[in-house]
Each structure stands twice: as structure tokens, then as C-alpha cells.
Design a protein around this ligand. Structure first.
Ligand code: NI
Length: 138
């Protein structure tokens, strides 16, 4: 395979057993796939730590009857329109809504937006899922 380097490394036996367990649990085809993924995870974490351009999703669960909340969430997203790529609203039941906001921008801008959405009174749960533009991961 072009561009592929084979390497060997030393590892203590208990740690090796844990590696094998992680490979099995993750349903990876082999150790190489697991290690490639681990490296990419570390690279993405570094992109976030170093405030690089990243991609993520913010998921919010809230009750739309909470006074003024829907307007506040929309207002906040408009304020950060340069970071918000798209948002999807799902009516979970008579009262509850989920909103998934897809974001791309500097890590600190995304974290600021996620924080502003999360702190709104009436938001029941909010998560920020961190990913990458994919650059420098191949
Ligand atoms: Ni709704």
C-alpha cells in the first residue's frame, strides 16, 4: 500500500491485554484501525484545545412552553450566524422539543455559543459534540 509505514512498538503485557479488549469492544477489524482512530481522536482534541477551525453539533432539549425560550434560542443563533451552518427542530411530544445545531468555526466561538444556549432558563439538557473539518486527519 503506498504511503503506509509499518511500525512496531513495545508495550507492557497488562496494557496490551487492555488494548486487545478495547479493539474487541470497539468492534475494530484490527489493532491498526484502532490506533489510527485513537490518533485522529487526539488530533481532533488538539484542534479544539488550540482554537482551530472545527465542526460540531449542539443538541438542546427544552420545553417550548418556557416563557420566551424559543425566541431567545433563535435570537442567540442569529447572533452567532457566522458559526451556525444549520439547525433542525424536532417536536418530541406535546411539550418537549429537541434542536440540533450544526456549527463550524473557531473552537472558542462554538463553545461560547453552546454555553449561551445551555444557560437559557428552561433548557433541560444540552450537549456539544466535538468533531473536525477533517483537514489533517488523513
Ligand atoms: Ni417543538
Amino acid at each position: 500500500m503506498p504511503g503506509v509505514v509499518r511500525l512496531s512498538f513495545s508495550i507492557e503485557n497488562p496494557l496490551m491485554e487492555r488494548l486487545e479488549q478495547l479493539v474487541r469492544e470497539g468492534a475494530y477489524a484490527n489493532r491498526s484501525e484502532f490506533i489510527r482512530d485513537m490518533i485522529r481522536e487526539r488530533l481532533v482534541a488538539k484542534q479544539w484545545e488550540h482554537n482551530e477551525e472545527v465542526v460540531g453539533t449542539i443538541t438542546l432539549v427544552y420545553n417550548h412552553h418556557a416563557r420566551g425560550l424559543t425566541d431567545k434560542l433563535t435570537h442567540t443563533q442569529h447572533h452567532h450566524h457566522k458559526v451556525v451552518l444549520a439547525s433542525t427542530h424536532i417536536h418530541l411530544d406535546e411539550n418537549l422539543c429537541a434542536e440540533i445545531v450544526v456549527v463550524k468555526g473557531r473552537a472558542n466561538q462554538i463553545q461560547r455559543l453552546a454555553g449561551e444556549l445551555k444557560q437559557q432558563k428552561g433548557v433541560l439538557h444540552a450537549t456539544l459534540s466535538v468533531s473536525s473539518t477533517g483537514k489533517q486527519l488523513a
